[in-house]
Design a protein around this ligand. Structure first.
Ligand code: SF4
Ligand code: SF4
Length: 164
């Protein structure tokens, strides 16, 4: 299960962090940030409750069963059948920001190795060989660009740079 906070909606009330500090943190931005994604199964019920309790509906949950199987699934195969289609992101196919020439890099000095990016886009990011995230693809195919943008937004250190 994946989650993100729409920071345009968040009013930094702190409810999410108070109820589920394993997943949410009021960060330097002053708004709630996600610190665990995908969210471990133990927290799914509470996550649903917190999302319902958020006064501005800023918490967006995506069912992502495929990602939760990442540990047992060969790298690159995780998002096969199900996840090749964005889970509920119907905007992906019409996103004007998509660019067939997208390239990205991780700034090693900024990366803290939290693994959020790998959780969101395991085809693109890996922490298997280094303490920081390594980019696996030289160019990002269109079908992965939405995930890459999501990972860049979720990165707590803004370590993911998108070059287009
Ligand atoms: S509960 Fe909602 S509005 Fe409050 S801090 Fe969390 S995400 Fe922001
Ligand atoms: S690039 Fe960002 S999200 Fe990925 S491991 Fe590093 S700090 Fe975490």
């Amino acid at each position: 299960m994946k989650v993100k906070v729409d920071q345009d909606l968040c009013i930094a009330c702190g409810i999410c962090e108070g109820d589920l500090p394993e997943v949410f943190h009021i960060g330097d931005s002053g708004f709630a940030e996600v610190i665990m994604c995908p969210v471990e199964a133990d927290f799914h019920d509470m996550l649903q409750q917190v999302a319902e309790a958020c006064p501005t509906a800023a918490i967006q949950i995506k069912e992502a069963k495929c990602s939760e199987q990442k540990a047992e699934t060969p790298k690159g195969a995780c998002r096969g059948a199900d996840a090749s289609k964005p889970i509920e992101d119907v905007s992906t196919n019409t996103n004007p920001e998509r660019n067939v020439n997208m390239k990205i890099k991780v700034v090693e000095d900024l990366c803290i190795g939290c693994g959020i990016c790998e959780g969101i886009a395991p085809e693109v990011f890996s922490l298997e060989t280094e303490p920081y995230a390594v980019v696996l693809l030289e160019a990002i195919p269109e079908e992965l660009q939405a995930d890459v943008r999501e990972a860049a937004d979720a990165c707590p250190e803004a370590a993911i740079e998108i070059e287009e």
